[in-house]
Design a protein around this ligand. Structure first.
Ligand code: DAH
Length: 342
């Protein structure tokens, strides 16, 4: 007996692979059976010089443990396999799992953010549960403005003097951004908003918006117009035109509502654009100086524009979805239609 024999046998045991339980039994007999290799080594051990016993004894015992463990391990693996075989027929085809698809709202949100990120806009987010200041007061809503009414806004604690509400628009994130960041500011703010509306094909109490805000020195209405034009041409195609109608929002002056030329009929008039050739897609305007000042930005030094659009609306125009409720019901027959849209 020598150490090299023991070492070689150890390696052989460790590398041994069994395909069936019979192989394991064969290995056991070969190593530990009456005439097994390890049994023989133990017999030889009796003959060796007493001063060598200690060292060889240690190696031999280790070898025996390794062999026993290996046999147990192989047996365990193969028993699992054989017993599992009763329940699992490995030749059966696998179960088919439906892969999820991206939700159309996520697809459009990402597309909008991608376009604006190419223009150098960062993404800013804010809380859905808000206070009156960020949703209304800092945005120049007068105290008696109807949007503050419980008819339109969800109140968490309606009786409190400083109410906590669910934000009715993502314009609140403009305020939060201006409060913590000095101009130049260029952000797009995606998020979920809430309004106390009855649910129908055309209205929902939850929907999504993307707000945009650009504040710097000498920002003009022409910059706003160009930013929106570039955006809609990337979103709806290079031939898309825009039209700006005068409008009113408390937080912008002047304010405008922006229409795009109907991407269905190309502006000729169809039932989607109700014969007008135009589709409304967003509100926008120059940030009212009161709004800048409320967030600590000097309105004599800085000016800016803001815009806000509904993601559901853009997705509706893109894919002709005719009922807002589809977006929220998670009917896989609806969602699956977007599986090929990357
Ligand atoms: N917050 C408005 C809404 O929810 C949308 C909007 C209009 C946002 C004009 C703006 C804007 O930033 O300038 O209806």
């Amino acid at each position: 007996m020598n150490k090299i024999d023991i070492e070689n046998l150890r390696k052989k045991i460790e590398e041994y692979k069994a395909e069936k339980l019979a192989d394991v039994e064969e290995l056991r007999v070969k190593l530990l059976g009456k005439k097994g290799e390890i049994t023989k080594l133990f017999e030889e051990f009796r003959e060796i010089l007493p001063e060598q016993k200690r060292e060889f004894g240690k190696h031999l015992n280790e070898l025996k443990t390794i062999a026993a463990e290996k046999i147990e391990q192989l047996r365990g693996e193969l028993v699992d396999f054989v017993e599992g075989g009763d329940k699992t027929d490995l030749t059966l085809p696998g179960d088919f799992h439906n892969l999820g698809t991206r939700h159309p709202i996520s697809i459009v949100r990402e597309e909008i953010l991608d376009i604006f990120s190419k223009f150098g806009y960062a993404v800013a987010e804010g809380p859905e549960i808000e206070d009156d200041w960020h949703v209304f007061t800092a945005l120049n809503f007068p105290p008696e403005h109807p949007a503050r009414d419980m008819q339109d806004t969800f109140f968490i604690n309606p009786d409190a003097s400083d109410p906590i509400i669910l934000r009715t628009h993502t314009s609140s994130v403009q305020v939060r951004t201006m409060e913590r960041q000095k101009p130049p500011i260029r952000v797009v703010c995606p998020g979920r908003v809430f309004r106390n509306e009855a649910i129908s094909a055309r209205a929902h109490c939850i929907f999504h918006q993307v707000e945009g805000l650009y504040i710097d020195k000498n920002v003009s209405f022409a910059d706003l117009k160009q930013a929106i034009l570039l955006f809609v041409q990337q979103m709806f195609g290079p031939d898309t035109k825009i039209r700006m109608r005068p409008s009113y929002f408390p937080f912008t002056e002047p304010s405008t509502e922006v229409d795009i030329s109907c991407n269905i009929c190309g502006g000729k008039g169809c039932n989607i654009c109700k014969g007008t050739g135009w589709l409304e897609i967003m509100g926008a305007g120059m940030v009212d100086p009161n709004v800048l000042e409320a967030s600590g930005i000097d309105s004599k030094e800085y000016s800016g524009f803001a815009f806000g659009m509904g993601i559901e609306r853009i997705a509706m125009l893109k894919w002709l979805v005719n009922d807002l409720r589809h977006y929220f019901e998670n009917d896989t027959r609806f969602l699956w239609q977007f599986h090929s849209v990357v």
